[in-house]
Design a protein around this ligand. Structure first.
Ligand code: IMP
Length: 206
């Protein structure tokens, strides 16, 4: 990693504790000081774009401008094929102001049933993660990762966050919610986007 950052610090431009925890774990080997937007009391910008990439850029650039430091944002969500990609960029909003994911998972399941998607083959979905790195004086860079799988019901597992208990990644028999965090970090949409970020920043990719 050759990138020089002001104060050797990277702001994780998120107020979502689950994401901050996962991104901090992924960043740990890279040797930066990591602080969250919450710790710096930065405002949370409204997500007004129509794509994961657009919202990631908006969040990282807002955190960079407000802090004067390099910022890394994550815009992510769950896209269910039988629901035409919903909840998609609205994944957080389906949990309502109280951020209640029991309600959000139930809503996805109710809509799958309403769409007649009860057979496993009709319940395909993927998680998307767009990461944006904004460094003062450099153009922002966006990296996107996806992991495909199937929606299960009822929710299973206490690990992870958000929709993890109802998402079973392809090739596995358990949900992200049941998976050991290190196993999820090794294969998730976030890990795949992160691998591209590290590759782009490494001496051979820079
Ligand atoms: P946003 O990127 O802040 O708009 O929120 C993304 C939302 O997508 C989160 O609040 C979660 O509900 C969901 N999400 C994103 N990544 C994951 C994940 O790794 N597991 C479970 N849910 C996720």
């Amino acid at each position: 990693m050759q990138l020089e950052l002001p104060d050797n610090t990277l702001v994780v431009a998120s107020h979502n504790q689950g994401k901050v925890r996962e991104i901090s774990a992924l960043l740990a080997p890279l040797g930066f000081k990591v602080v969250s937007a919450g710790e710096l009391d930065l405002p949370e910008p409204e997500e007004t774009e129509t794509t994961f990439e657009g919202n990631a850029r908006l969040k990282a650039e807002a955190a960079m401008s407000a802090s004067g430091l390099a910022a890394l944002s994550d815009d992510s969500g769950l896209c269910v094929d039988a629901l035409d990609g919903a909840p998609g960029i609205y994944s957080a909003r389906w949990a309502g102001p109280a951020k209640n994911f029991a309600i959000a998972m139930r809503k996805v399941e109710d809509e799958l049933i309403a769409a007649g998607a009860t057979a496993p083959a009709d319940r395909s979905a993927h998680f998307v993660c767009a990461l944006c790195l904004s460094v003062p004086g450099r153009p922002s860079q966006v990296f996107t990762g996806r992991v495909h799988g199937e929606m299960l019901w009822p929710p299973k597992g206490e690990h992870g966050f958000g929709y993890d208990p109802v998402f079973k990644p392809d090739g596995h028999d358990i949900t992200f919610g049941e998976m050991d965090p290190d196993a999820k970090h090794a294969m998730s949409h976030r890990a795949l986007a992160f691998a591209q970020l590290v590759e782009a920043l490494s001496p051979s990719g820079a």
